[in-house]
Design a protein. Structure first.
Length: 420
């Protein structure tokens, strides 16, 4: 059997010997909108929940995803901007803020990678910096004790919009809604305290109402006062399946059942060998992002099994804090990572080391990437020069009757074990 696995902006190919049991774990195939721009416009002009449009003379701030999250802004923005002009909002009173959260900053030279040229030529665009305390406003604390520091430019606007997509998330349950502002425009202290909840048993893939991390995000969103949201559900090919607009919570209530229906994939039992990809660019732009695909794939891999992650990672680890923490003396095994993390407590950066180790301690993880082998080993992963070689080596360690799983779009897939 020939495999074709997303990798960066291309694909890797490899073969599986005949006679072996191979099962593809995939989201359901859903038709993309024939006219994506029309689908977004229909959603914007028939919003969910109770929302008020902006008024002439008001300032407007729009939070948008950074380069690590695919958002088809060429379809999402025109209806929103047309609505602003119709309401009498002047172009000079509208500000785009790139919601990086704790991700690396984007320089102005990178803005064209996520925004259409006409938007850059017409509107002001800035990039959020979670560590710049002078540009944050303190809004108080959530009921769970999270100190809320939010981008002051966003808070200074009279009308606040978020734009993004709803998809599975390994510990927030689902992305989307207010998250682009509540985390994407938050300060480091806010992100740290919220993300520390990822160790809670209900802070997991597909959990929403009972998820403390996600409900903390919802509370932060209410404290911010997000007036309008535009979200889409995307196919693995990053095409729009459904567009939703209006009140952020109403969007989540309608969008989550759709995402579950599409993303959930039944699995009879954990696989002996899992071959996975986060889904190609930008989901595999670095290890920081690719780890999410690893987490989804590991949930369907047996303890002691083999997991091959195909992730190009052209931008390295994606976190200097993650790298530096992993290079400390005394960190030689995944067990060392887990024990040290437990002693030192949560912090963004080192949390990625914990997340990788949590899964790599259960199954041997081979990373097929563009990264230097020595660097991959320092991160306690097994480097794989080629996918075919990695598969052949894994099969040598497994019995002939081994079950093999393939997840070409791991970030967009929610494996559900039938025994659960």
């Amino acid at each position: 059997m020939r495999l074709k696995i997303p990798y960066g902006e291309a694909c890797l190919t490899a073969g599986i010997p005949e006679g072996l049991a191979v099962e593809f774990v995939l989201p359901k195939k859903e038709p993309a909108a024939e006219d994506p721009a029309a689908a977004v416009m229909a959603a914007v002009y028939k919003p969910l929940g109770e929302v008020k449009p902006p008024r002439a003379g008001q300032t407007v701030a729009i939070a948008i995803n950074d380069k690590t999250r695919p958002a088809p802004h060429e379809h999402l923005l025109p209806p929103v901007l047309a609505g602003m002009r119709h309401a009498g909002v002047r172009d000079e009173d509208l500000l785009f803020i790139i919601a990086t959260g704790a991700h690396p900053q984007m320089g102005p030279e990178e803005y064209r990678a996520i925004l259409p040229a006409d938007v850059l030529e017409t509107y002001r665009v800035v990039c959020h910096d979670a560590a710049d305390e002078a540009r944050l406003r303190h809004l108080g604390e959530t009921s769970r004790g999270t100190p809320v520091f939010i981008n002051s430019d966003y808070m200074a606007a009279d009308y606040r919009i978020v734009i993004g997509n709803i998809e599975p998330h390994q510990f927030q349950g689902f992305s989307g809604g207010v998250k682009s502002a509540a985390i994407g425009l938050a300060g480091v202290e806010t992100i740290n305290r919220n993300h520390a909840m990822m160790s809670h048993p209900m802070a997991k893939l597909g959990s929403y109402d009972e998820n403390p991390a996600r409900q903390d995000v919802e509370e932060i969103g209410r404290m911010i006062g997000v007036d309008f949201a535009v979200n889409v559900i995307l196919s693995p090919e990053k095409r729009i399946i459904k567009a939703l607009a209006g009140d952020p919570e109403a969007i989540m209530r309608q969008g989550i059942p759709e995402v579950r229906r599409i993303a959930q994939a039944p699995v009879a039992a954990p696989f002996d060998l899992m071959i996975a990809s986060p889904g190609g660019h930008p989901k595999d732009i670095n290890i920081y992002q690719s780890q999410k695909g690893l987490a989804h794939a590991a949930s369907a891999t047996r303890s002691g099994g083999e997991l091959i992650l195909c992730a190009a990672c052209p931008q390295g680890s994606g976190s200097a804090d993650y790298e530096n923490w992993m290079m400390q003396p005394g960190i030689r095994t995944h067990r060392d990572v887990l024990e040290r993390f437990a002693r030192e407590g949560f912090a963004v950066g080192r949390h990625k080391a914990f997340q990788v180790a949590r899964d790599a301690a259960r199954a041997r993880v081979t990373l097929v990437s563009e990264l230097d082998d020595a660097f991959v080993r320092k991160l306690l992963l097994e480097p794989g020069a080629e996918l075919q070689t990695a598969i052949d080596c894994a099969l040598e360690l497994l019995p002939r009757e081994a079950r093999i799983g393939v997840m070409p779009a791991a970030n967009a897939t929610m494996p559900v074990l039938r025994s659960q």
